[in-house]
Design a protein around this ligand. Structure first.
Ligand SMILES: NC(=O)c1ccc[n+]([C@@H]2O[C@H](COP(=O)([O-])OP(=O)(O)OC[C@H]3O[C@@H](n4cnc5c(N)ncnc54)[C@H](OP(=O)(O)O)[C@@H]3O)[C@@H](O)[C@H]2O)c1
Length: 329
């Protein structure tokens, strides 16, 4: 496993990180633990979660994923860079979501309790909350850093201009600065190459990408028509979102075109898809996800695969249209 510095910090994280959002609903606890054990053995030190996980659940299931990690963590805390997120809705009150000072401080304390630890390494805003003034959010996060409960702060799903504004405010106010972004990125979703990645490169931000297999579509196992039961595309409350995101004729056609290309180069499509994301020099780490430990064999293989430049160029060209928008538009 190789390790990259996360943005301008001195923190080294593994090129592959483990995503945990399937733990506690799609994936039961014992299997979740074997996934964590397997990736730790493979040299992954970066574990990403969120207070709202597991995905596909409801307010009743919020926090289950962090609890599973919290029961696995004792004795391993010093081997793990632990990242979690807040902003999603976690309770019935109007203020049980968002990036207000009240909510972020409550949310962090709840995460620490569930995770069974007294600090998180990276605390991320799960998405932008335009209803809370940026200064209020930055002051709240800064206080958590000063209290030692959070080592670094980052964002996810931010538009480039909002992140640029936030970086400016933290500089002017001398508050803790966001050190990383967590956007969606794959062969089928490349819009971030136009604004967010150039901003990240210029500002030396770490980039941790999610959905590198487009929720599994890039495995090539799905066919148009009704999605297979038990997969991301039928998973409870997120089934519709993933279908809306990826279940489109154009994407199926692209995946069919990618299959022979990968075969020609003797690389599994799953491995090639992750390796392609990692080949972007602005990407610090790619979050791999699994509902079963066996799925990790192909994703872990990407950590050691240097894509042949000609193959990379073919992949770039075949998916060039996805720099400009989703297939459904
Ligand atoms: N910040 C955010 O808003 C956000 C959003 C999404 C994810 N994330 C983070 O990123 C992590 C990874 O995201 P992701 O799970 O969506 O990544 P992904 O790589 O796009 O999808 C992973 C899914 O693909 C399928 N899969 C994986 N390996 C496979 C294989 N070898 N063969 C066939 N199918 C395979 C599995 O789903 P099935 O078994 O269901 O087919 C697996 O759960 C998450 O756990 C979370 O930590 C963050």
């Amino acid at each position: 496993m190789q390790y990259n510095r996360l943005g301008r910090t001195g923190l080294q994280i593994s090129r592959l990180g483990i995503g945990t959002m399937t733990f506690g609903l799609q994936t039961e606890e014992a299997v979740s633990r074997s996934i964590l054990d397997k990736v730790l053995d493979a040299g992954i030190n970066f574990v990403d979660t969120a207070d709202v996980y597991p995905i596909g659940g409801s307010l009743e299931t919020v926090g289950r994923t962090e609890e599973i990690i919290g029961r696995w963590l004792p004795g391993k805390r010093d081997q793990v860079v632990l990242a979690t997120k807040a902003v999603g809705k976690v309770g019935p009150q109007a203020w049980d979501q968002g990036a207000s000072r009240k909510h972020l401080i409550d949310a962090l304390h709840a995460s620490l309790r569930r995770l069974n630890t007294d600090y998180v390494d990276l605390y991320q805003l799960h998405w932008d909350d335009p209803d809370t003034p940026l200064d209020e959010t930055l002051e709240a996060l800064d206080s958590l850093v000063r209290d030692g409960k959070v080592r670094y702060i980052g964002v996810s799903n931010f538009l480039a201009y909002r992140l640029a504004l936030a970086l400016g405010r933290s500089e002017v106010r001398n508050l803790a600065r966001f050190i990383s972004v967590q956007p969606r990125y794959s062969l089928l979703f490349r819009e971030i190459e136009r604004e967010l990645l150039p901003l990240a490169a210029e500002q030396d931000l770490g980039v941790v990408v999610y959905n590198p297999l487009a929720g599994g579509l890039l495995s090539g196992k799905h066919k148009p028509g009704a999605p297979t039961e038990g997969t991301r595309f039928t998973l409870g409350s997120v089934a519709w979102r993933y279908q809306e995101r990826y279940w489109h004729q154009r994407y199926f056609e692209t995946v069919e075109a990618l299959k022979p290309l990968a075969a020609e180069h003797g690389v599994d499509l799953v491995t090639a898809s992750i390796a392609w994301v990692l080949a972007n020099p602005t990407v610090s780490s790619a979050l791999i996800g699994a509902s079963r430990p066996e799925q990790l064999d192909q994703t872990l293989a990407a950590a050691d695969l240097a894509l042949d430049p000609a193959f990379k160029q073919q992949l770039d060209e075949l998916t060039h249209e996805y720099r400009f928008g989703d297939a459904q538009r």
